[in-house]
Design a protein around this ligand. Structure first.
Ligand code: NAP
Length: 266
């Protein structure tokens, strides 16, 4: 028996990085996974790879800021697999760094929409669907991917830290609502340090031209921030997602699981 055998999961932003690793880990451990993303080519390839290796997955194009698309994706879970137990609210963006005084309001709003509104929508439609699936038995889990930058601040990332800090407390509100309503749904947030994914590679490639910092120096700089002496791997976050998705975490709700190589311990 896999650790999430028979459960049905939606993973957003599943084409790459942490989302792809989480979708693979859930499928490997027996879940049926709806992989969603904007990137159809890579998303379809991921679902096909999961199928090829003996797992069950389907891809759906899904913009996480669009409520009608959440309705479509949760309906897909019900129609194709018979319900829903797990939502991993993972899709997100890291905008180019800019001080508050230079940040256009439109950029702020876009980041808040993709990194925070999406998690609200994922909780809303996740709770509605999971509570029906689990009404007669079983349990559900919503996992919201925040960041170390939802716990501590960072210059030139006001929109990102505001969104990720919002995800942290939105998670606790959702956890309390589910517990107090008697739903069998746990809701937790995950706070990764810097993880080697396309998102971080883009940050590294940009460097910090204003400060004369190159891409190579940027990797060294980011590595130094992690006492463990390296950046994380997407699979290390996927392992945390798997734990929170499984019944192994049956008494864990409203918590913030920090997976950061010691970044926030200093
Ligand atoms: P990634 O490599 O950029 O992958 C994110 C995926 O989400 C991409 O496939 C992206 O598609 C998709 N996406 C973006 N906007 C979307 C939208 N509106 N609707 C649906 N899908 C969308 O990112 P990652 O590093 O794996 O990060 C995943 C999550 O972890 C994010 O929430 C991020 O903030 C968080 N996180 C990451 C790190 C890190 O160091 N990597 C650290 C802390 C927290 P496109 O590529 O087509 O845009």
């Amino acid at each position: 028996m896999g650790r999430v055998e028979g459960k049905i999961a939606i993973v957003t932003g599943a084409a790459k990085g942490i989302g792809a690793a989480s979708a693979k880990a859930l499928a490997r451990e027996g879940a049926k996974v709806i992989c969603t993303d904007l990137d159809e080519t890579v998303g379809e390839a991921l679902a096909a790879e999961i199928q090829r290796t003996g797992g069950e997955a389907v891809f759906a194009r899904h913009d996480v800021v669009d409520e009608s698309q959440w309705e479509r994706v949760t309906k897909l879970a019900e129609d194709r697999y018979g319900g829903l137990h797990i939502v991993v609210n993972n899709a997100g963006i890291a905008p180019e760094g800019r001080p508050i005084e230079d940040k256009p309001l439109a950029e702020w709003r876009h980041t808040l929409a993709v990194d925070l509104d999406s998690v609200f929508l994922g909780c809303k439609h996740g709770i509605r669907t999971i509570k029906m699936t689990t009404a007669k038995g079983g349990s559900g889990s919503i996992i919201n991917i925040s960041s170390i930058l939802g716990l501590v601040g960072s210059a030139n990332a006001s929109d990102y830290v505001a969104a990720k800090g919002g995800v942290r407390l939105l998670t606790k509100a959702a956890a309390l609502e589910c517990a107090e309503a008697g739903y069998r749904i746990r809701v937790n947030s995950v706070h990764p340090g810097y993880i080697d994914t396309p998102m971080v590679r883009a940050v590294v490639d940009r460097g910090m031209p204003g400060l004369g910092v190159s891409g190579n120096e940027m990797v060294q700089f980011l590595t130094m921030l992690h006492p463990i002496g390296r950046l994380g791997a997407a699979e290390e976050i996927a392992n945390t997602v798997l734990f929170l998705a499984s019944d192994e975490s049956s008494f864990t709700t409203g918590t913030e699981l920090v997976v950061d190589g010691g970044y926030t311990s200093r």
